[in-house]
Write a protein that binds this ligand. Structure first.
Ligand code: T1G
Length: 698
């Protein structure tokens, strides 16, 4: 018997205990142990089998690390069929998170009991696949088609109480999974309960699967797995036999397993966990984080304060005067009202957060004892230096001084203090209590335990924290500036902002770059363009002025009701602003440009080539630690479609060599903008991928 599954007899009951930390994934040894355990119980004349997990959870699914490797017997589908066909009564006792193949093993058992805190789910669609071990055939039989479609297409976790109501569980009893399991098995034996194979239950009545398919496909915004899963559930209703349904499920599962979307989503799954694991932080103790302060209560500061409050931290928010402090408190209360409405907090928690956990201040002396300060004042180096000089005077030794700047030089900010080792960048994304990305910007003199504290704060706030080096725009905004410029060049050459937005939403972005600019505020991009011109732009750089003219007319996007699009109060989205094309046509004429047509494919290819090329420079210069760090930045901060894994995963999938060839072709028209990234050239020359680099870089 494999040590992954321990076998024990308790009277007439054979007990199979899974011991495969950290989540009892159903790897080969576990599958072999379960199969051997069932066979041994039958050969020894046991009357029943109890399956449960030791440690933190019952099986949390197939072992995702086996995906893409040659299958090894017993496969999970066959194991589930084997469990279900046992002549003994098989019972599963669930705790923790019984997910994916884990829930499928439980569904192939004849009875299911769980502790009240247990959760069940079939989250396979989030990995680009579908439940492939009978889940789409068995769940509809116990829970009905509607509930099964909801659970399978959303992948959501379902609490034990709801699962009991749905018929997924038979019992919910508090206690140790082994104990409640043994008691339940004995009760079943004493009462002469029959085997109850789910696969032998009648096929559920069908629903209008075509409508469900269309609705799920539309909601998936290009992700295929949820819609394909609908077809697998349909087989549970329409296939001639249960086994035929299993065969159909397998076909659809393998189609998805062999898809690029599975590659992208698995890459995202492991990368979002790997990105905050830095070898240099191993064993480094973060500094205390009992109380933090935020300076500046505008949108960003109020968002950061809200995120910290929701994470259970005490927050002191410093504003310049009482009126500004009151306005800031109002923004925070507005944010918390949103959390209240969404059921994330109770009214009592809202009251505690606003009346006890949050302290408003207008005097720096209030910060004398805080562990960490996040400055979120106006994006001007002079203002920041004033703030950090003051912080250096009032904050206790060892307090961490962080700036939320989105592009300014954190080394320069640190240099105006006597404690550069305590200075770090913590770049949140707006709205800071919603967006998951946090760029932890490590300056030259930032101490290691300060970096560790930045990541510890990110974990507390449930952020995806990415280490960034110091440069203009760090990782995300630097890459954004480049691919946005590529879009502007295409506008000057003949594409329209509206066609570009449509092409990129077709690629999977939630919004195109121009709609995003309208949302963020066109004045932000305008200020960046003016700053860069003031700093002196390379004469070879193609500049565009049509957007400036749009801003000069007071059009800043959604907040003024008009930008690239015209927005009507109370209506989602906007309609193209006709003034925009007039400005673009005038600029093309002034520059002597004869506009040409662009296909959506060319727009996407050029936009993505610019993104990948700049990302390769960011990795090559060490601003981002690994390619996966860029992927996670774009996924969690810039709406990049998750099922593509991120720009550098996408590049690996489409092929680096062809991409480099395209960049060299574009360079024939604009050698300055399209200078190939040295790292990209190196990888192509060596026949390596960005993923190879991820593996090589610890
Ligand atoms: N396989 C391999 N490793 C896994 C894993 C899995 N299924 N789940 C988690 N890990 C690793 C994870 O990478 C991390 O490793 C560590 O465990 C702790 O995870 C046929 C084919 C269970 C809710 O999709 O949702 O079954 O970083 O940090 O926050 O239909 O892990 O420490 O090295 O996430 O407490 C379906 C995926 C698979 C569940 C726990 N199952 N996992 O969350 O810890 S497909 C899933 C999770 C399938 C069948 C198909 C979460 C969790 P490291 P963690 P956590």
């Amino acid at each position: 018997m494999s040590e992954a599954i321990r076998y024990e007899r308790v009277g007439d009951i054979a007990v199979l205990a899974a011991d495969n930390p950290p989540v009892n994934a159903l790897g080969l040894a576990v599958r072999q142990g379960l199969q051997a355990g069932i066979e041994r119980a039958e050969s020894e004349g046991a009357k029943a089998v109890l399956i449960y997990g030791t440690g933190r959870t019952y099986f949390a699914g197939a072992d995702i690390r086996e995906f893409g490797k040659p299958p090894q017997e017993p496969g999970l589908p066959d194991l589930c069929n084997r469990i279900e066909s046992s002549p003994l009564i098989v019972v599963s006792a669930l705790h923790g998170t019984a997910l994916g193949g884990g829930l499928e093993v439980a569904l192939s058992s004849h009875y299911r009991i769980a502790v009240p805190s247990a959760k069940v789910g079939l989250p396979e669609v989030h990995l680009g696949i579908l439940p492939g071990a009978g889940g789409t055939q068995r769940l509809p039989r116990v829970a009905g088609v509607e509930a099964a479609l909801d659970m399978i297409t959303t992948g959501r976790h379902v609490g034990a109480g709801e699962a009991l109501k749905l018929g997924v569980l038979d019992r919910v009893v508090d206690g140790d999974p082994r104990d409640i399991g043994l008691a339940y098995v004995q009760e079943l034996l004493d009462s002469g309960a029959p085997r109850r194979a789910v696969g032998e239950l009648p096929a559920p009545a069908p629903v209008d699967f075509d409508s469900v398919y269309d609705a799920v496909l539309k909601k998936g915004r290009g992700q295929q797995s949820p819609a394909t899963a609908v077809r697998s559930v349909q087989a549970a209703c329409e296939a001639a036999t249960f086994q035929d349904g299993i065969i159909r499920e397998r076909e659809l599962f393998m189609d998805l397993m062999n898809s690029d979307q599975r590659l992208g989503l698995i890459h995202a799954f492991f990368s979002e966990r790997a990105v905050s694991k830095l070898p240099e932080l191993k064993g480094v103790e973060p500094r205390p984080l009992a109380s933090i302060s935020v300076i500046g209560g505008g949108t960003m500061g109020a968002g950061i304060a809200t995120a910290a409050l929701l994470a259970g931290l005490n927050v002191t928010l410093l504003e310049m005067n009482d009126a500004a402090a009151a306005a800031a408190k109002g923004r925070i209360e507005g944010n918390l009202q949103g959390a209240l409405k969404r059921g994330k907090i109770s009214q009592a928690q809202f009251d505690t957060l606003t009346n006890q956990s949050l302290t408003m201040a207008t005097d720096y002396a209030a910060l004398s004892d805080v562990d960490l300060v996040v400055e979120a004042v106006f994006e001007d180096m002079g203002v920041k230096k004033q703030v950090f000089t003051k912080l250096d005077e009032v904050c206790k030794p060892g307090a961490i001084l962080a700036s939320n700047t989105s592009y300014l030089d954190v080394d320069e900010i640190a240099a105006c203090t006597s404690r550069p080792q305590d200075v770090i960048g913590l770049h949140f994304f707006s709205p800071a209590h919603v967006m998951k990305l946090l760029e932890v910007v490590v300056a030259e003199k930032t101490a290691l335990d300060v970096v560790a504290t930045g990541f510890a704060l990110g974990k507390l706030l449930k952020k995806i924290s990415v280490r960034a080096g110091v440069c203009d725009g760090f990782i995300g905004n630097r890459i954004l500036a480049t691919y946005r410029t590529a879009a502007d060049h295409m506008v000057l050459d003949g594409a329209s902002p509206f066609q570009i937005d449509k092409a990129l939403t077709g690629f999977g972005f939630a919004m195109g770059p121009y709609a995003v600019s309208d949302l963020a505020g066109l004045d932000i991009g305008w200020a960046v363009r003016k700053r860069k011109r003031a700093e002196g732009m390379d004469p070879r750089a193609r500049d565009s002025s049509y957007a400036d003219k749009l801003c000069e007319g007071g059009n800043f996007g959604q907040k003024t009701g008009k930008g690239y699009y015209v927005y009507e109060a109370g209506k989602r989205g906007g309609t193209p602003n006709p003034e925009v094309m007039q400005l673009i046509e005038a600029e093309r004429a002034a520059k002597g440009i004869t506009p040409r047509d662009f296909s959506d494919e060319e727009i996407v290819r050029k936009y993505m080539a610019a993104m990948v090329n700049e990302a390769a420079k960011v990795v090559g210069e060490g601003i981002a630690r690994r390619p996966l760090d860029v992927d996670m930045t774009l996924l969690f901060g810039y709406g990049f479609p998750r099922y593509r894994g991120g720009p550098l995963k996408w590049a690996d999938i489409v092929g680096l060599s062809d991409l480099l060839d395209d960049i060299k072709t574009y360079a024939q028209d604009d050698a300055y903008f399209w200078q190939p990234a040295p790292l990209l050239e190196q990888l192509v020359a060596d026949g390596r991928s960005f993923d190879d680099l991820n593996k090589e870089t610890a």
